[in-house]
Design a protein around this ligand. Structure first.
Ligand code: LRH
Ligand code: MN
Ligand code: MN
Length: 430
């Protein structure tokens, strides 16, 4: 039996008050979809199987480089973070895994494993951190890590990644995500070619240490903390990395890591076509790496990304198996609430993309009927799939309205009493 931190009777009463209306809404939507030749239960079953990982660093209150305003009852350590993640999974049934960041989440791996299995959670990709200096670290990453001019710093950064693999191996993770802050703030500060060559060499050492059934995800980002150039700046460079390293290396797309207005869904399509899409860090943004809640600014873009993913899923694209993770910073909301709604937003985009009439779309494309082609996407996007998502939650033992149930349960109030105000480690400004 997996443990639940929100009392079962609270969830039961919450659902009982809403179940009748939900069933009527579900039936009505089912009728509408039927007319479009879509079986609602088939969509719901796919949604029930869909999961997105919670970033451990997302459950603490974030901040900016100007300030951080701590929230009540923030997790004090990785074990509190796992408890918060379990609440998100209990109520949404959409987040069965947690993604750890080392050294922020460093702890005895056996204890980590036990803590997660207590709630029936598993671990997603491990994340290394060579973008800030750890407590007892010998050499600084101020001027880079895997691409640093000094071989000793590069070695230290490689060793850290090997340690992440080792921890991950014990706790059942199957992937390592590497994002580096390396780059430059001034033209001339760094030799682009030499820095990239040093990075590739260091990544080759990490790649060589990957267990047989693991994948290596490299994550690109065009700026920040380096503001003139970054070593892994865009998907092109990322693709080169994955290509150079070998078949276990893939590109990770963080939605916030591109220039404004970049066509991310098209990047996704390209990476799928060439077998190098590793996974996602979902979030939303208006200006840069804002790390806002998924779907909160441009839900249509999220849908268009999922339109590509569903297209690949249905056409059986070779080697297609992307990892889904959230990567957000919650500065003004309760992180648990934001993460619950974000997971649901990602599911919503998936469910809506499953409704696209792909046969019709293809014929409009062949006939060059731009208007009807785009309307075909819009028809799916405009469909309110909430009853499907809510029914999937209800079937899985979650809450019809996760935020409502969470507030009724008073979880934040309760942990605020147990967890004295603390400056949480990591996740502040990224
Ligand atoms: C960098 C990033 C990367 C880090 C995380 C904390 O901006 O997206 O994924 O690991 O934030
Ligand atoms: Mn990220
Ligand atoms: Mn980021």
């Amino acid at each position: 039996m997996t443990e639940k931190l929100i009392a079962a009777d609270i969830v039961t009463a919450h659902n009982a008050a809403r179940e009748n209306n939900l069933r009527r809404d579900y039936e009505h939507l089912g009728e509408q979809l039927d007319r479009r030749g879509i079986r609602i239960d088939a969509i719901r079953e796919k949604v029930e199987k869909f999961g997105v990982a919670i970033p451990s660093w997302g459950v603490g209150t974030g901040g900016t480089r100007f300030a951080r305003f701590p929230g009540e009852g923030e997790p004090r350590d990785v074990f509190d973070k796992i408890e918060d993640c379990s609440v998100i999974q209990q109520l949404t049934r959409a987040t069965p895994t947690v993604s750890l960041h080392i050294p922020w989440d460093k702890a005895d791996p056996q204890r980590l494993k036990q803590a997660a299995s207590r709630f029936g959670l598993a671990f997603d990709a491990m994340n290394s951190n060579t973008f800030s200096d750890g407590k007892d670290q010998k050499l600084s990453y101020k001027f880079g890590s895997l691409s640093h001019a000094d071989a000793a710093v590069r070695r230290q950064a490689v060793e850290h990644n090997l340690e992440c693999i080792e921890i991950g191996r014990t706790i059942g993770s199957k992937a390592l995500t590497v994002w580096i802050g390396d780059g430059s703030n001034f033209p001339g500060q760094v030799n682009f070619t030499k820095a990239f060559e040093r990075y590739l060499d260091a990544m080759r050492d990490i790649y060589a240490a990957l267990p047989e059934d693991w994948r290596l995800f490299s994550e690109h980002k065009m700026y920040e903390p380096a503001f003139y150039s970054t070593v892994v700046q865009d998907w092109g460079t990322n693709y080169l990395i994955a290509q150079e390293l070998g078949p276990k290396a893939f590109c990770l797309v963080d939605l916030g890591h591109h220039a404004p207005n970049v066509n991310i869904e098209m990047i996704v399509a390209r990476l799928i076509q060439f077998g190098k899409l590793g996974g996602f860090h979902f979030n939303d943004s208006k200006y840069g790496d804002d790390d806002l809640d998924a779907g909160s600014i441009d839900p249509y873009r999220l849908f268009l990304v999922f339109n590509e993913l569903v297209d690949a899923e249905l056409s059986g694209a070779k080697g297609f198996d992307p990892a889904h993770m959230l990567d957000q910073s919650h500065n003004v909301t309760d992180p648990i609430e934001s993460l619950m709604l974000s997971a649901v937003e990602v599911q919503r985009a998936y469910a809506a993309a499953l409704l696209v009439d792909r046969k019709a779309l293809e014929s409009y494309q062949t006939e060059n009927d731009a208007l009807m082609a785009t309307q075909t996407l819009k028809a799916a996007f405009r469909t309110d799939v909430e009853p499907i998502l809510a029914m999937a939650r209800l079937n899985g033992g979650g809450a019809i309205d996760p935020v409502g149930a969470y507030r009724e349960a008073g979880y934040r109030r309760k942990v605020a009493e147990e967890r004295p105000a603390a400056v949480s480690g990591g996740g502040g400004i990224v």
